[in-house]
Design a protein around this ligand. Structure first.
Ligand SMILES: Cc1cc2nc3c(=O)[nH]c(=O)nc-3n(C[C@H](O)[C@H](O)[C@H](O)COP(=O)(O)OP(=O)(O)OC[C@H]3O[C@@H](n4cnc5c(N)ncnc54)[C@H](O)[C@@H]3O)c2cc1C
Length: 308
């Protein structure tokens, strides 16, 4: 029986995929089925609106090893739409599945809808300067980036969970893993960010931003120039097209110009506040609130006001 299927190896992203999945279910009138390799995730997905959760049991459960088994299952179940979490591994899996199903595929979808029996997807192009619309005949595969959707609220009735033994691809074996060295701060999860640009004259002056962040209980992020050129902050803290994408409640941009390559990573922040001495700086076009002034004067005043 046809259905809408979701899969992500990332538990949060898998939950977020249920939201567009439920909308597609309403349009197509087909059940929403979640695939997972984790029993803990299976119960959650069933409680958040999946009609059925298929728990895949295999000797190896990396997305790469599961890809052929998932493709076989989707073919057998006549999947009409497959939503895959757009992680590195998810994109790999999506491409494998699309090829096996001879299905069209769209990537980085931000908006999804069914129109005239086809999947219509929108994604951002050219660092946010354009929106691309793609129409894919069913069956269709789409990858969806992190935090594009919020996870749905608990469903009135939980779906069913079934376990399916599948064959892992014997060619995919993880020999060893090396953890990525980082400071352990995930700025993509921050509720508030103070983001610094090259308007700070030198690394030592960043204490002004740290003081403000402390008063706000915010994390520090930055532009690419600050991380990659100046090496004032680690690269996992820079925002933009080639850096992190964030969606905080507050994005306080200090001494950064707001070039499009940066803004594409923070444009979905709820409130953007800018401090810049140049009133023509592009950041003011994106900002909800702006202070035109020298950060060396403005930041101590803001911090003092917040502390009092
Ligand atoms: C292919 C490509 C990809 C890129 N990807 C990214 C990306 O992912 N992320 C990213 O951030 N950038 C990226 N960039 C770079 C981007 O185009 C900008 O160059 C960069 O974001 C600018 O960094 P900035 O705002 O820190 O510096 P600047 O553009 O130099 O801006 C500094 C700002 O500080 C203000 N200022 C100076 N002194 C003060 C003061 N005392 N008080 C207040 N304000 C002051 C100035 O008015 C100015 O607006 C990319 C570029 C390319 C070509």
């Amino acid at each position: 029986m046809a259905g809408i299927f979701i899969f992500s190896e990332d538990p949060q992203l898998a939950q977020q995929l249920l939201t567009p999945g439920l909308a597609l279910k309403a349009s197509l009138g087909q059940p929403l089925v979640a695939l997972t390799a984790s029993s803990a995730d299976a119960q959650t997905l069933a409680s958040l609106g999946a009609d059925r959760v298929v728990m895949l049991k295999a000797a190896r459960t990396t997305p790469e090893a599961l890809a052929p088994a998932i493709a076989d299952l989707l073919a057998k179940e006549q999947a009409s739409v497959v939503l895959v979490g757009g992680t590195l591994r998810g994109r790999h899996l999506a491409a494998h599945v699309a090829a096996a199903l001879k299905a069209g595929m769209t990537t980085d979808a931000k908006v999804l809808a069914i129109r005239d029996g086809k999947l219509e997807a929108q994604r951002i192009l050219y660092a946010g300067l354009a929106v691309c619309e793609e129409v894919v005949a069913l069956p269709a595969v789409a990858t969806i980036p992190q935090r594009t959707f919020l996870a749905p609220a608990a469903a009135a009735q939980a779906g069913t969970v079934e376990t399916l033994e599948v064959q892992a691809d014997a060619r995919v074996v993880v020999e060893s893993t090396t953890p990525v060295e980082s400071e352990g701060v995930d700025i993509t999860a921050a509720i508030k960010l103070v983001s610094v640009g090259r308007g700070f004259g030198k690394k030592e002056d960043l204490f002004l931003a740290r003081d403000l962040a402390g008063a706000l209980k915010a994390e520090i992020s930055c532009t690419r120039g600050v991380a990659e050129d100046e090496h004032w902050l680690p690269i996992e803290r820079y925002i933009g097209i080639s850096g992190q994408t964030v969606k905080p409640e507050l994005y306080l941009a200090v001494g950064l110009s707001g070039q499009v390559q940066h803004m594409v990573g923070c444009r979905e922040s709820k409130v953007i506040v800018a401090v810049n001495k140049d009133e023509q700086a592009p950041i003011f076009e994106a900002a909800d609130y702006g202070i035109v002034g020298d950060l060396y004067q403005v930041l101590p005043l803001l911090t003092a006001a917040l502390k009092s």
